[in-house]
Design a protein around this ligand. Sequence first.
Ligand SMILES: *Cc1c(COP(=O)(O)O)cnc(C)c1O
Length: 377
Amino acid sequence: MTAPLDSAARPAAHIDLDAIARNWRRLDAGDAGDAGAVVKANGYGLGAAPIARRLIAEGCRAFFVATLDEGEQLRAALPAGPSIHVFNGLADGAGPRFLNAGLSPVLNSLAQVEAWAAARSADAPPADLHVDTGMNRLGLCQGELAALLDRPELIAAAGVELVMSHLACADTPSHPKNARQLARFRDVLGALRAHAPRLRASLANSAGALLGPEHRFDLVRPGIALYGGDPFAPGARPAGAPTPEPVVTLTAPIIQLRDVTPGDHVGYGAAHEVDAPARLATVALGYADGVLRAGGGRGYGVLAGARAPIVGRISMDLITVDVTAAGQAARPGARVEFLGPHAPLADAAAAAGTIPYELLTGLGPRCERVYAGEAAS
Ligand SMILES: *Cc1c(COP(=O)(O)O)cnc(C)c1O
């Protein structure tokens, strides 16, 4: 059976912006309005600009990206007002670009604090100061913080209004590192506020925001939970923590069907041997679209409510699934769901031996992004 040639037959990622808004609300402490949103890596692969516009309509005022380029692109796509913070900091000579685009650098070293103090103008956006509390990835180390505290005038000169740090183990609430980082962050904040009492503070990502009120401070920085990913390690969800609702539905069309019998082999390497009569569907989706090859023989799609296990290896542009259980619903052109309400992100990530973050950010450019709930702007 061959499909009528459909030149538009390609994978689609349906993104429910209203679901993102509801997930954001679940992480915002009610009237406190203390939740920002992390939209780095193009909004975890889902589209930073439409997501940010939708969240602005919901009341979000602070967005975080990783790189200067991401910040400039987001600034150009948004109405004036919300702050945009660049985690990866102030590279040499980048000051004018931050000023032009009105971006807040996250200052990760004493040298960056000095450079921003020298570069900024009177109307420059405020900066963030990132202090490392034990992750050893970004931020001022203890020695640099001590040096800054010896020259406290630099805090005002650099226009620092927010102090942040990042938790290494928030996805595992029982991990002792969480309490150690919290204690260290409080010490850091106390020392800095002795010089700048109005400094605001931010420690928590999605999981951190749900660890308890003591981790929230003035601003939380959720990412993955906005996009429907469970921020906790499997089995580590604290009682009462809200479950994010699914946001992305990834589907792709069947382009061919065939019946196989025992002894037949499927796909590259003849890696799968058929052991019972089955109906197989070849679907227009592959690892070039971000469906990790490691999920071959382990993951599944869903068609008409029936599981369609992935059979054999995943190719660049194609996946073969067993649609026997879907009966008459298995037709050329029918769309198989690989992520969504029937095919949870957590299952797909586990099948490929990875985490939801990597799946979402890996969704390829060939997947058409289709938005529901777009904010008027
Ligand atoms: C990516 C990132 C976040 C968001 O983390 P999630 O686990 O996706 O909520 C928050 N803060 C920093 C510094 C980050 O790099």
